[in-house]
Design a protein around this ligand. Structure first.
Ligand code: 4AD
Ligand code: MG
Length: 445
């Protein structure tokens, strides 16, 4: 009896008879020899059907196979350096082939297609090699995030998706009807994390978050996954020290486990090898000075215009890219202007116009991948900030309670999974980093 195997494990079965179940990825027709590239989700294997070795019905089934037809193939594994596939280096000499369903003409041909067409066919596009590589790396990034936090004493505490009030800002809320009351899809789990640290010390939440971002960019999704660690008795300096370990672990794990996928993506891995602590740290003030110097040094008026900045402005993509280009690894920018950041951030001592916030900017133009801060832990100051920005204080009574019953200095951050995947994979756009992207003009499929 043949053993049912996963193609990923094919190397363990040299000389043995095996069965694989999958789909025809591609084929080369050499008349009496049919080279079938079959994928089963774990890998791709070349299966060779030789007319002389097979009953006529089986060989003609092999000839009939169209792209993406589903099949069950039994045959003998043999090592062959030249055999293409993933992992490759082994092929299957076909002894039997069962056609499960003959696919109709497959919309995605092995040629270039326009991006909108591919996104319309995302339910099929996920089968393509590049997407296979990206989504496998995504899964490893998520697994590493969870393993690292679990192993370092952080407790996973889930936070709600249906919430009564804004967590981050009021401009990107998705509002829904909650039995006649307005409710919002969570922009962040942070505020609940701040309650949970009172119970558990170091926590994280991990789930989808929602932002009605009314602009089209290559960095924004409406639905994205965010991991948010939050720690009691933690400073901004503690936060940066933890983040650089955490982000380095993610990158190094992908490098160690996904050489094959990074090769499929033609990722220049030399830009990832050096992602190790320490990461450089600069203040927002220094970042602005560096940008202004860059503006002085350039003669290109367009470049001058896109980099224009005065103290107090938030960074746009060109600023983030320009700052990140000055370093060979991710760079922390800290102490942003208070007015450019969320309401809950602790002011810098003696300098209320700046706050104890930190963003981590990834190299190669990927921009902000994490955002975090120390949180205000004084009840009166927090109440004042809530009033200043004009969000309904009654919705935040519980949040103020946290400062009344054992408030402590604390800090946390959020890391966007899709931006991290885009950076690690070296992708030009965030839309390929999530199985089904939700964008300004896209809710299908
Ligand atoms: O900087 P943000 O808005 O921070 C927060 O939400 C905090 N409450 C996190 C915390 O301190 N617990 O978002 C954090 C990260 C960004 O750095 C970015 O990587 C990602 O989330 N992000 C997005 N990713 C894709 N599409 C969007 N629209 C995103 N908005 C933020
Ligand atoms: Mg941010």
């Amino acid at each position: 009896m043949a053993t049912l195997i996963r193609i990923a494990d094919i190397g363990q079965y040299d000389g043995q008879e095996v069965t694989v179940q999958g789909w025809l990825y591609n084929r080369t027709d050499k008349g009496r020899l049919q080279f079938l590239l079959v994928r089963d989700g774990t890998g791709i294997a070349q299966c060779v059907a030789f007319q002389k070795d097979l009953p006529e019905a089986v060989f003609s089934a092999a000839q009939l196979l169209t792209q993406e037809s589903s099949v069950v193939i039994t045959g003998t594994v043999r090592a062959d350096q030249r055999a293409p596939g993933y992992p490759g280096g082994f092929e299957i000499g076909v002894k039997d082939l069962k056609l499960i369903q003959v696919a109709g003409e497959y919309p995605i041909q092995p040629k270039e297609h326009g991006i909108e067409f591919l996104m319309d066919n995302r339910h099929l596009w996920v089968r393509s090699l590049r997407q296979w590589a990206i989504l496998r790396i995504r899964a490893t990034i998520i697994r590493t995030i969870r393993n690292w936090l679990d192993e370092h004493g952080y407790l996973l505490v889930d936070t709600p998706i249906l919430t009564p009030a804004a967590g981050e800002n009021t401009t990107t809320l998705f509002e829904i009807d909650y039995f006649g009351e307005p409710a919002y899809l969570a922009q962040t789990g942070q505020l609940y994390n701040e309650a949970n640290i009172g119970a558990f010390g170091k926590v994280y939440c991990f789930g989808p978050t929602f932002r009605a971002e009314k602009s089209k960019t290559r960095r924004h999704l409406m639905e994205f996954w965010m991991v948010e660690p939050e720690m009691a008795f933690f400073s901004l300096e503690d936060l940066m020290a933890m983040e650089e370990e955490f982000v380095s672990a993610i990158v190094q794990t992908v490098l160690a486990q996904h050489r094959q996928e990074l090769e499929i993506l033609e990722r220049d891995t030399s830009r990832l090898e050096n992602i190790k602590p320490p990461f450089p740290r600069i203040t927002y003030d220094e970042a602005v000075e560096r940008l202004q110097k860059l503006i002085e040094e350039t003669d290109d008026p367009e470049r001058k215009a896109e980099l224009a900045i005065t103290w107090g402005d938030d960074f746009g993509a060109p600023h983030e890219t320009a700052i990140a280009e000055m370093f060979d690894r991710p760079v922390f920018v800290y102490h942003y202007p208070t007015a450019a950041k969320a309401f809950y951030m602790q002011p810098v001592e003696g300098r209320p116009e700046a706050c104890r916030s930190v963003d981590l900017l990834a190299p190669e133009g990927y921009g902000e991948i994490t955002g975090g801060s120390e949180r205000i832990f004084d009840a009166d100051l927090l109440k004042q900030r809530i009033d200043e920005i004009g969000i309904s204080p009654e919705n935040y009574a519980w949040y103020l309670d946290l400062r009344r019953y054992g408030g402590v200095p604390h800090a946390g951050f959020g890391l966007g999974v899709e931006r991290t995947v885009a950076w690690v994979c070296g992708l030009p756009h965030i839309r390929e980093t999530i199985p089904y992207a939700r964008m300004l003009n896209r809710l299908y499929p």
